[in-house]
Design a binder for this molecule. Structure first.
Ligand code: C2E
Ligand code: MG
Ligand code: MG
Ligand code: MG
Length: 290
């Protein structure tokens, strides 16, 4: 009996893996032409400073509108892009889009930085500086309005090389933040060497704020960041409870569905207008930099 069940399960698994494998192969095949077919788009998620009650920037997040499979998440296709080398042209495109959008906002008086996610693969080869500089130039964007989000996995690459390349891009005025901090490979011993401006606390922490030990860890991270002159941004902020816990722990900059989902530029316009009307009558507009 047990043997029969095992056999059935094995069949089920094989089929399931088959479906996943077929999807992956289809995605990989189609990823090669996705750029020229203009199937990618970028959405933007606001970052909010609770203390000053002001918008402090946007994160650019890429999406792929697949003709047959619908919108595909970067969680699924970025790893394929990394394996196939397509991560380079895709990142070039994402950087340019984000810089152009940021410049368009600036032209309308919305002076907010935009951050772009960087795969660790971008540090292999001597291209990061040129990539960033040309994206800024093409968009006629000041480097101080661009931020790059890297992850702890870059410790897998030669750390001295990462530091050198980050210093190069920072000479353009570009800021650097450590994304998903506290979940990947430990980079804590390198925080005083890697040129950084901010730490982004992974949403796993935000989701676990009713656990005292997790609060202790966040508390320590915030204190450490203060001493290292790093800003802390909490990810995955979804409700008032999250905000109360995080502000209580000294973290004031937040990103998450509570403030806004990732939105296309039209939706961002609406979102900005809603914010504007809500702060109407206030001393300053929430939309202008503090
Ligand atoms: P990430 O950089 O940590 O981005 C945050 C992710 O959390 C986004 O998922 C966002 O939609 C999601 N999120 C934001 N607020 C909330 C919330 O309140 N609750 C929950 N449950 N989730 C929230 P997304 O857009 O699917 O991106 C996933 C990951 O894909 C990103 O994680 C980033 O590592 C990667 N990625 C996205 N765009 C790019 C890109 O242009 N290049 C590269 N290399 N990676 C990218
Ligand atoms: Mg990010
Ligand atoms: Mg993140
Ligand atoms: Mg995350």
């Amino acid at each position: 009996k047990a043997k029969g069940l095992g056999k059935n399960q094995r069949c089920f698994y094989t089929e399931e893996m088959g479906v996943r494998e077929v999807r992956r192969m289809e995605l990989e095949k189609d990823l090669h032409r996705a750029l020229e077919l203009e199937e990618f788009f970028v959405v933007y998620q606001p970052k909010w400073n609770v203390k000053t009650d002001r918008l402090v920037g946007f994160e650019a997040l890429i999406r792929w509108r697949h003709p047959r499979l619908g919108v595909v998440s970067p969680v699924e296709f970025i790893p394929i892009a990394e394996e196939t080398g397509l991560i380079f042209p895709i990142t070039r495109w994402a950087l340019e889009q984000a810089c152009r959008q940021c410049r368009a906002w600036q032209d309308r008086g919305i002076d907010q930085p935009v951050s772009v996610n960087l795969s660790v693969k971008l540090f292999y080869g001597e291209i990061l500086y040129d990539l960033v500089e040309s994206a800024l130039n093409r968009a006629q964007l000041d480097g101080r309005l661009l931020e790059l989000e890297i992850t702890e996995s870059m410790v897998l690459h030669d750390v001295n090389d990462v530091i050198r390349q980050l210093e190069q891009v920072r000479s353009l005025g570009v800021k650097v933040s450590m994304d998903d901090f506290g979940t990947g490979y430990s980079s804590i011993g390198l925080l005083d060497r890697i040129p950084l401006d901010a730490l982004k606390l992974d949403s796993l922490f935000t989701n676990d704020l009713d656990t005292p030990s997790k609060r202790a860890i966040i508390n320590a991270i915030v204190l450490m960041a203060e001493n290292l002159k790093l800003e802390v941004i909490a990810e995955g902020v979804e409700n008032k409870e999250h905000i109360d816990y995080l502000t209580g722990l000294g973290c004031h900059v937040m990103q998450g569905f509570y403030y806004g989902q990732p939105m296309d530029s039209e939706e961002i316009n609406e979102w900005l207008n809603n914010r504007k009307s809500r702060t109407e009558g206030a001393e300053h507009s929430a939309l202008t930099a503090a």
